[in-house]
Design a protein around this ligand. Structure first.
Ligand SMILES: *Cc1c(COP(=O)(O)O)cnc(C)c1O
Length: 392
């Protein structure tokens, strides 16, 4: 049984530390143990909240699920509704569970720019189940609302991966709700400290826990959060039947990572904002994308609905005579010494990659766009390395 003392009144940074602890008993553990049972003592009729077999449920998941639910569901007028988090073996397993809510022949509204493997899965669901895909510019509220007519599910990413477009969350989620269209927000980039989509009317929040929540580039995990108990039962049922489950060690590491989320994310966001300011004036940079820039199309929205602007930056190097844009961007990645050339994001270590090196990335993403995931290193070291790589 995991607990959160006075959850209602606690600030998010406190919740990341205090939520999901074992019950306070003399001589008890302050951290949850890692339970390693594939099955549990049980006989006769088993009630839904009894443990019986670890593909269906295990107490290895509960402390992390409890802490994530406390973070995503904090505040709000219906603060009484506890909300539930459901951990999955990966972010993609969580996306697959959400897509399973689509009826055959149904309609999915989704961003034209979004996490690419999710887009690939949407195409597969479309081909196999006759689901109509309506791709929209998620920052164009009128276009999103128009696409909702007769739809079954709205998938939102904000800021989007990798273009960093910002959706008007209250407007698009409110419109979906008013039309009876279920909505899911991928909150991986913003984290529950950066924004709380459930407060803006989302039915489900999705996370690649792999990224900021775990935060150390050492586990692959996903999660869904919802206040709708019936929906939670359906999604949990999908996890059980498809076996999309997380291992006890990984979930323990995710909770261990979550304990420092507030510090890590604060530092990463501060580093990112400083790098963005400097990159905007850099002679070797053609374009910087980040909602912190006053001229960024998402700036005002991000200010209104987010706490901070996130720590992912888009950069296009200035072209050089005789060098193609792809070659030029690849040369910057080749030249870094501290930044890690790698895919993924949200770890303590700064990483960058040219997104279009993946054949599945949307063709409307510029070929030379570098996605930078800013970590928690000293900002001067990060700047020095980036600066020399851009000039190399
Ligand atoms: C990485 C990522 C995913 C997929 O999560 P995995 O844990 O890699 O399966 C989904 N959405 C976003 C925004 C991501 O960055």
């Amino acid at each position: 049984m995991s607990t959160t003392p006075n959850a209602a009144g606690l600030a998010p940074a406190t919740l990341t530390v205090a939520a999901g602890r074992p019950a306070r008993v003399q001589g008890g553990h302050i951290n949850p143990p890692i339970p390693l049972s594939s099955t549990f003592v049980s006989q006769g009729v088993v009630t839904p909240d009894e443990l019986s077999y670890a593909r269906g449920d295990t107490d290895a998941w509960h402390p992390f699920e409890h802490a994530l639910a406390a973070l995503e569901c904090r505040g709000g007028s219906d603060g009484e509704t506890p909300g539930q988090a459901i951990v999955f073996g990966s972010g993609m397993a969580a996306i697959a569970a959400v897509f399973s809510l689509l009826p055959d022949g149904g309609t999915l509204v989704l961003p034209r720019h979004a996490y690419q493997a999710g887009m690939v899965l949407a195409n597969e669901v479309s081909a196999r189940h006759g689901v109509t895909l309506r791709h929209v510019d998620i920052a164009d509220t009128d276009a999103v609302v128009a696409a909702l007519d007769g739809a079954d599910l709205l998938l939102v990413e904000s800021p989007t991966n990798p273009m960093l477009e910002v959706a008007d969350l209250p407007a698009v989620l409110g419109a979906a709700r008013a039309r009876g269209v279920r909505s899911v927000v991928d909150n991986t980039f913003a984290t529950p400290l950066g924004q709380q989509p459930l407060l803006h009317g989302a039915d489900i929040v999705l996370h690649s826990v792999t990224k900021y929540l775990a935060g150390h580039s050492d586990v692959v995990l996903g999660a869904l959060v919802t206040r709708d108990a019936e929906l939670a039962t359906t999604l949990r049922g999908h996890r059980t039947l498809h076996g999309a489950i997380a291992g006890p060690f990984e979930v323990w590491l995710a909770l261990r990572g979550l304990r420092t989320l507030a510090l890590r994310f604060e530092r990463a966001q501060a580093n990112a904002a400083e790098l963005v300011r400097r990159l905007a004036d850099h002679p070797e940079v053609a374009e910087v994308r980040h909602p912190s820039l006053p001229g960024d199309p998402g700036h005002e929205r991000a200010k209104a609905q987010m706490n901070g602007f996130g720590a992912i930056i888009g950069v296009r190097p200035r072209e050089r005579a005789g060098v193609g844009p792809v070659e030029r961007a690849d040369a910057v990645v080749d030249a870094v010494r501290l930044w890690l050339p790698a895919t993924s994001l949200g770890g303590v270590e700064s990483m960058l990659e040219r997104r279009r090196r993946w054949g599945t990335e949307a063709q409307t993403v510029p070929e030379d766009l570098l996605r930078l995931s800013v970590g928690i290193e000293d900002v001067e070291d990060l700047w020095a390395d980036l600066d020399q790589a851009l000039r190399a």
